[in-house]
Design a protein around this ligand. Structure first.
Ligand SMILES: [Mg+2]
Length: 400
């Protein structure tokens, strides 16, 4: 007769009025059922954050930065350890260890949906958007990696591939780059065989449109007519300004106009989309499904980020909502998190090879592959997703 899972305490007893238990009953109700009683239980949860300097100053239409923080989560059970990660402030690591850890330890590791539901109930008063959703996402990715390992399969096979090749596009083209740096980066992407490249525009929050269009012309000249050109304004334009710029972009055969205005401005996205030929894209901040649904009503392609939208589970649900709207989804940043789930998504379009994250993931993760012929492939020969942290290399950059 298998022993029931231990009953850990959270130390937070009263954030839900009327509850006096030392743990959240919603989690125990869903994860301690007899169906799960023989499954491996989670024994360890860790979280750490690493701030890694950029290779040179980076910026877009509305922000500039000189370092990127990667938050890594491990969840262990049955002698296996799953790894998840997100790009978020160091406080995300504290959230995972201090708030989620006590809820996770002792739970059946395979019951991902029940764990997720339980955490969301526990977070009712704290809120589940933004940074909290990024924390949930990293935990979910770790749980899926762990589940595949416990079942002795790759994450790609656990999810079930819809395709073998995952098309990737080059992304960077920061507004902080001079013309020579931009050219070097674009030529690098072309040498990797990508079918599309994306640059940042809306420099100075739309304050230098002439410079935006010069850079678009430069890149179109570099890539020729056969490679698709995407631009990302990061919400830097006003509505009318975005329409005026968009008409010129249409003339340059630009295929993709990302966040011409803030993705919070759904009416604006809809208006701009109705007036331009190119695809309007947004979704990188989408966390909960109602936000995904609202975005699906105003974009031509939905962007999803598994490190923000609830991990592998959130991606699968978001992609289903997009499919119900007749839309494809595109993976935002963190390319190696997305490989297996992108391959498993029938309405998947492409994955973003974001310069900053590719640099970090190829340097600090074992198991990454070089991009060839514009595609990556999920490695079905590995247990789980197959990526492991190079902890010693990362140690000097630890901030939490
Ligand atoms: Mg973007």
């Amino acid at each position: 007769m298998p022993m029931p899972p231990p009953k850990p305490t959270t130390g937070q007893t009263d954030d839900v009025p009327g509850r006096t238990s030392t743990k959240d009953p919603a989690i125990s109700d869903m994860t301690e059922s007899p169906a799960h009683s023989g499954a491996p239980t989670i024994d360890t949860v860790t979280a750490s954050a690493y701030s890694i300097p950029t290779d040179q100053p980076e910026g877009d239409g509305t922000l500039a930065w000189d370092k990127t923080t990667m938050v890594c989560v491990t969840v262990a059970a049955g002698g296996m350890t799953g790894l998840g990660w997100t790009y978020a402030p160091p406080a995300t690591a504290h959230l995972v260890e201090e708030m989620f850890g006590p809820q996770l330890r002792g739970r059946p590791a395979l019951a991902i949906a029940a764990i997720d539901e339980g955490l969301r109930v526990m977070l009712r008063n704290a809120g589940v958007r933004g940074l909290v959703s990024y924390a949930l996402s990293a935990v979910d990715v770790a749980l899926w990696d762990l589940k595949a390992q416990l079942l002795g399969v790759s994450l790609a096979d656990l999810l079930g591939p819809a395709r073998s090749d995952v098309p990737v596009y080059g992304s960077g083209g920061f507004t902080t780059y001079d013309a020579k740096t931009l050219e070097r980066q674009v030529r690098g992407w072309l040498s990797e065989g990508v079918g599309a490249v994306k640059i940042k525009i809306a420099e100075d929050a739309g304050g230098d449109v002439a410079q935006d269009l010069r850079r678009v012309e430069q890149v179109r000249g570099l890539i020729g007519a056969d490679t698709e050109l995407f631009v990302d304004a990061n919400g830097g334009y006003s509505r009318k300004q975005a329409v005026r710029v968009g008409r010129v972009l249409d003339d340059h055969d630009v295929h993709w106009f990302e966040e011409p205005v803030s993705s919070q401005d759904k009416d604006g996205l809809a208006e701009i989309r109705a007036l331009l030929d190119l695809d309007i894209a947004a979704g990188e901040y989408a966390d909960e499904l109602p936000e995904v649904r609202r975005l699906c009503e105003v974009v031509d392609c939905l962007q999803l980020d598994a490190t923000r939208c609830g991990g592998i589970s959130g991606w699968l649900r978001g992609a289903a909502v997009a499919a119900a709207h007749g839309l494809e989804v595109s993976g935002h940043c963190a390319p190696y998190v997305h490989l297996a789930v992108a391959a498993a998504t029938p309405n998947f379009r492409h994955l973003e090879r974001f310069h900053d994250h590719v640099r970090i993931e190829q340097r600090f993760l074992e198991g990454t592959q070089e991009l060839r012929f514009g595609v990556l492939r999920a490695d079905a020969a590995q247990l789980g997703h197959g990526f492991r942290l190079k902890s010693e290399d990362l140690a000097p950059y630890r901030v939490a």
